[in-house]
Design a binder for this molecule. Structure first.
Ligand SMILES: [Zn+2]
Length: 338
């Protein structure tokens, strides 16, 4: 859906300009680190940004500004994903681990001399998917990096990355974006009839997450969750069955959306304007759902959602069914008229 975007303009997205300036100042002052860790939510464009940086460092005409020209031999090789001085390490399949063999391949690559006389650049994405052996084998390279080399780690959940790795990298955080320029970019690059400001809020400020959200029909998803909450409240549904049904989606997504819904309900209850719900008919339904609840009950439930959401994205393994049933039973008891 972002097909109208030219894939390799090598210009960072508008919401990445502050980070880009930081990188530019570092190169101008010749204090570019040998290892950089980019962190930010999925959909903020870390991979694209790392490609802009790699292109800028390898381009024949970029200079201090790091703006790749797009026309030189090096830029063409990057466009064709075949630059001999740039390697990307990722899991064989999405969601799988990066293994030690992959990191050994990276280390061998970094030891070689640059073919084009500039940098040797390795990108690891997502860095949190390195298993323990892989991460350990990377430490020596982080401590004694070969000359003119750059290691870029992309990471969505930095708390999953060993502290020994994190502490050896210069960290650059990509913040969620909600500003005017970002809204304009979404309007120009993503085809939708929905309210863009609202979409961006629902995407947690990560613009590139929007196309997938639209594809998965997120609005219908939200309405279905709400229907289930009504059915549970009326005692018409079995908690185990609803948990089974919700498990069809990624657990952390379900908990994220529920916490968004309930954050709005807390706002409605305290007479504030909901921020994530734009559909007025839905606001009426939320009011109906929480009519008989006290504010403290609602905030109690909201905190449970946040807690379980935290567990679903944390470092400890969890049982999806248990996490969801926990939420559902708490909700049912809230509504128990006895
Ligand atoms: Zn170039």
């Amino acid at each position: 859906m972002i097909s109208r975007l030219k894939p390799y303009s090598f210009k960072p997205y508008p919401w990445q300009l502050e980070n880009w300036n930081t990188i530019q100042s570092a190169t101008r002052a010749e204090r570019m680190a040998h290892a950089i860790l980019f962190t930010g939510p999925v959909g903020i464009g870390l991979e694209y940004f790392s490609k802009c940086l790699a292109a800028g460092l390898l381009c024949d005409n970029s200079g201090d500004e790091l703006q790749a020209c797009g026309g030189c031999r090096s830029c063409h090789l990057i466009q064709g994903e075949s630059h001999p001085d740039l390697v990307t390490i990722e899991p064989e399949e999405a969601g799988k681990q990066i293994k030690i063999e992959e990191i050994r391949r990276l280390i061998d690559f970094m030891q070689l001399k640059s073919q084009y006389g500039r940098y040797k650049i390795s990108v690891i994405t997502p860095a949190e998917s390195m298993n323990r052996n892989a991460a350990n084998s990377l430490l020596k390279t982080l401590e004694e990096p070969p000359g003119q080399s750059l290691l870029i780690l992309l990471c969505h959940r930095p708390n999953l990355l060993p502290i020994t790795i994190r502490s050896r990298c210069q960290q650059l955080r990509f913040k969620p974006a909600y500003d005017e320029a970002t809204v304009r970019w979404v309007k120009e690059n993503i085809e939708t009839d929905e309210n863009v400001q609202h979409l961006l809020t629902m995407a947690g400020g990560a613009p590139l997450a929007i196309p997938e959200m639209l594809e998965n029909n997120i609005f219908e998803y939200q309405r279905n969750l709400l229907n289930d909450l009504f059915a549970l409240k009326a005692g018409q549904e079995d908690p185990v069955k609803i948990a089974e049904k919700w498990k069809a989606y990624d657990t952390s997504h379900v908990l994220f959306w529920l916490s968004q819904l309930f954050s709005d309900m807390v706002r409605i209850k305290s007479l504030a304007k909901p921020v994530r719900i734009s559909d007025p008919s839905m606001i009426g339904r939320l009011q109906e759902l929480i009519k008989q609840l006290e504010l403290h009950e609602l905030t109690g439930f909201y905190h449970l959602l946040l807690e379980n959401y935290g567990m679903s994205t944390g470092t400890i393994s969890y049982n999806s069914q248990g996490l969801l049933e926990d939420v559902i039973i708490f909700w049912q008891n809230l509504n128990d008229p006895e």
